[in-house]
Design a protein around this ligand. Structure first.
Ligand SMILES: NC(=O)c1ccc[n+]([C@@H]2O[C@H](COP(=O)([O-])OP(=O)(O)OC[C@H]3O[C@@H](n4cnc5c(N)ncnc54)[C@H](OP(=O)(O)O)[C@@H]3O)[C@@H](O)[C@H]2O)c1
Length: 360
């Protein structure tokens, strides 16, 4: 296939965890991106070839480094930042500001409230904006959910509506194959007692994570929100069973359901919902995809006309959670050319042109 030439963008991948490994592969395989550096926090990753860190065989000649000054001196067009953000917010913002102030653009998955910067705290935004001004750089955060699930799909459906009454974006995913007990498992409280203080379920945390997506929808439709509410529910395992999240003992948490609701005139109008089971029979009354579909997203736009859209992601290994993590990474990797071309500052999906994959 002949391909129209586009400018090559020199990219540094920052971290090679769950999302970072997928991003690194995506960068190496992207026709318009050249990998020039890899940041590694873990000492055992420093000095290893990028290919080895993401499971590819042909060496790239780019080795991982923990020398931030040397990485920034490469003068890359963009840094793809996928380090863990939620457990180290201050350090993450320090990292991001340093990179942006150096003149590199940043695409980012960490600190998910940044998917819609107007929702983030003014102090945080001001720091990031100041770093962008200093470096003449652009900063964009996205992911799969929050991120992609609540932006172009509902907005695209609603572009055919005469009237929109409500929008509901639901992640209906079985997390039993999610190999991340150390973060996602603990964060959601899976396998813990039902009264365990799961970090995700502490007051304000759900709103902090998905409120940006809700506010973005309201702003896109030009509607003011009265408030953003959050609610959650947990269900126990009926018996002991094993998952990639670890052993789930009978009576411990095996299902989490939550909603973040943007309230307009007293009613939930823009809703981000999650139903995350570790087994199909948990929460029989909870929402699920239509028959035959195991896990995915349901996007409901109610109005004139109304639309229901179900999306079933599937990874190369046949697993929906692999698909989710690949999609999180590729959403930001594929945004790199658009972010490099942007005018500068802290942007959201509403500020960028439509972009898509460039591989085939
Ligand atoms: N919106 C979405 O849909 C979505 C989906 C998934 C993830 N995310 C977000 O993306 C981020 C990455 O997620 P993940 O699952 O890939 O995380 P992860 O695998 O738990 O961690 C990613 C990397 O963070 C780095 N790291 C950990 N502690 C560090 C420290 N003290 N200092 C510097 N680096 C440190 C490590 O980098 P090294 O590899 O260099 O050692 C690690 O590999 C998270 O903030 C998560 O919330 C968003």
């Amino acid at each position: 296939m002949t391909r129209k030439a586009r400018p090559m963008r020199r990219v540094i991948q920052w971290s090679t965890g769950n999302a970072g490994r997928k991003a690194l592969r995506g960068i190496l395989r992207h026709p318009d991106l050249e990998l020039v550096g890899v940041h590694a926090h873990a000492p055992e990753k420093v000095g290893r070839d990028a290919a080895e860190l993401c499971g590819l065989t042909a060496p790239t000649g780019v080795v991982a480094s923990d020398d931030v000054d040397a990485l920034l001196a490469l003068g890359a067009d963009c840094v793809c930042y996928t380090a863990q953000g939620e457990t180290r917010i201050r350090e993450t913002i320090d990292d991001l500001c340093r990179i942006l102030a150096s003149g590199a653009n940043v695409v980012n998955t960490a600190i998910v409230s940044l998917v819609y910067p107007p929702f983030a705290s003014p102090k945080l935004r001001e720091r990031l904006e100041a770093a962008c001004s200093e470096g003449g750089s652009t900063f964009f955060t996205s992911g799969f959910d929050p991120g992609w699930s609540g932006d172009v799909i509902p907005l695209s459906l609603a572009s055919c509506c005469e009237r929109v009454d409500s929008v509901r974006v639901s992640e209906l995913m079985d997390y039993s194959t999610y190999e991340d007990p150390g973060f996602t498992g603990v964060y959601f409280g899976f396998g813990r007692p039902l009264d365990y203080a799961a970090p995700l379920l502490q007051p304000g945390v759900l709103k902090g994570g998905w409120g940006g997506m809700v506010l973005m929808l309201a702003d896109a439709f030009g509607v003011g929100l009265d408030e953003i509410r959050e609610e959650h529910e947990r269900l126990p395992a009926p018996e002991t069973f094993d998952t990639a999240m670890g052993r789930i003992e009978e009576g411990s948490c095996a299902g989490v359901r939550f909603e973040v609701q943007g309230i307009v005139d007293g009613r939930p109008t823009f809703v981000a919902a999650h139903v995350n089971r570790l087994r199909d029979d948990i929460g029989p009354g909870w929402d699920r995809l239509s028959a035959g579909k195991r896990s995915g997203y349901k996007i409901e736009v109610v109005g004139s006309p109304s639309f229901t859209c179900e999306i079933e992601p599937m990874g190369e290994d046949g697993d929906h959670n692999t698909a989710g993590i690949t999609a999180t990474s590729m959403r930001v990797v594929n945004a790199i050319p658009a972010v490099c071309d942007a005018a500068g500052g802290v942007v959201s999906i509403l500020d960028l042109p439509l972009f898509t994959a460039r591989h085939s």
